[in-house]
Design a protein around this ligand. Structure first.
Ligand SMILES: *[C@@H]1O[C@H](CO)[C@@H](O)[C@H](O)[C@H]1NC(C)=O
Length: 283
């Protein structure tokens, strides 16, 4: 039996095992088998937006700057809700949007873990879009570099806190138990939400959340390389060669000058000045 067949067989056994494990009582699919940090059948595709009449875009007014009261500008944050499972006294689930546009598919699509849980626990569902993504744009399309000072996780969490306080008042929730959900970057936000606003957030579910800072986190770049190789092996190979070259260039003063010119880096690359030390992985 050659190696490839063995790997294939192992994968098939893994799939079968995974399928049998998933027949648990939870009613949703927990991804247990990972390849390069990804479930073997790929990530759950983004739920398609639908039923715009039933789950329309809604808008919530947020301050542009949550930490400086003298800045009076506001922006409209997009959000969605679904009350079809909610019974008074049930928990209130809120999903935090991450670094991309959101859609009403998340509050609507049955089979998603959090919707299944909402059904089980009679929960209310909210999803808020992250500032500066999708249509939650403080500056519309006319954003300047300066404007991005208001794009931060601190500001996004403060937006969430405003939203929770306003909904508590508007909907007259009594002793509301807000549970925050998020995945990946917004998973980290969910964890921080509970830590930073314990008076508002009863619990949080941080899925695949990168909460442990790691120096020289090369494992992430391995996943990126794997993704490139899945689309075009030659492209992945070229990128790999360029990084090897970059690393070589970064070792000499002349090489660093070449990188500065070729890659149009604004500042001088001086490995002895921490502020401008540039990790070639980030170029
Ligand atoms: C708050 O904003 C005002 C107006 O832009 C500015 O003058 C002030 O320095 C800001 N305060 C802080 C603490 O950033």
């Amino acid at each position: 039996m050659n190696g490839r067949v063995t790997v294939l067989l192992l994968l098939l056994v893994g799939c079968a095992l995974s399928a049998s494990l998933n027949k648990g009582s939870t009613g949703f699919n927990r991804k247990r088998w990972l390849i390069h940090g990804r479930p073997w059948h790929g990530l759950v595709p983004l739920p398609a937006a639908h039923d715009a009449s039933k789950f329309p875009d809604q808008w919530f007014t947020q301050p542009l700057d949550n930490f400086n009261a003298s800045i009076k500008q506001t922006y409209q944050q997009r959000y969605w809700s679904n009350d079809q499972f909610y019974k008074p006294g049930g928990p209130i689930f809120i999903m935090l949007g991450g670094e991309g546009p959101e859609s009403n598919g998340w509050v609507r699509a049955e089979g998603l873990e959090w919707v299944t849980l909402a059904k089980k626990f009679n929960a209310m569902l909210y999803l808020i879009e992250h500032r500066f993504y999708g249509e939650s744009q403080p500056y519309g399309k006319l954003i300047s570099i300066d404007g991005y000072q208001y794009l931060s996780s601190r500001q996004a969490l403060a937006d969430m806190a405003n939203f929770i306080k306003a909904k508590n008042a508007e909907m007259k929730y009594e002793n509301p138990k807000w549970i925050v959900f998020g995945g990946s970057y917004s998973g980290a936000l969910a964890a921080w939400a509970r830590q930073q606003y314990p008076e508002l957030v009863y619990g949080s579910l941080a899925s695949s959340a990168p909460i442990q800072a790691e120096v020289d986190f090369y494992q992430y770049l391995e996943v990126v390389e794997f993704a490139f190789s899945q689309v075009d092996a030659q492209c992945a190979d070229s990128i790999h060669k360029q990084f090897v070259l970059l690393q070589k260039l970064m070792k000499t003063a002349a090489g660093r000058e070449t990188v500065k010119v070729e890659m149009q880096v604004c500042e001088r690359i001086d490995p002895h000045t921490p502020r401008t030390s540039i990790n070639s992985g980030n170029l």
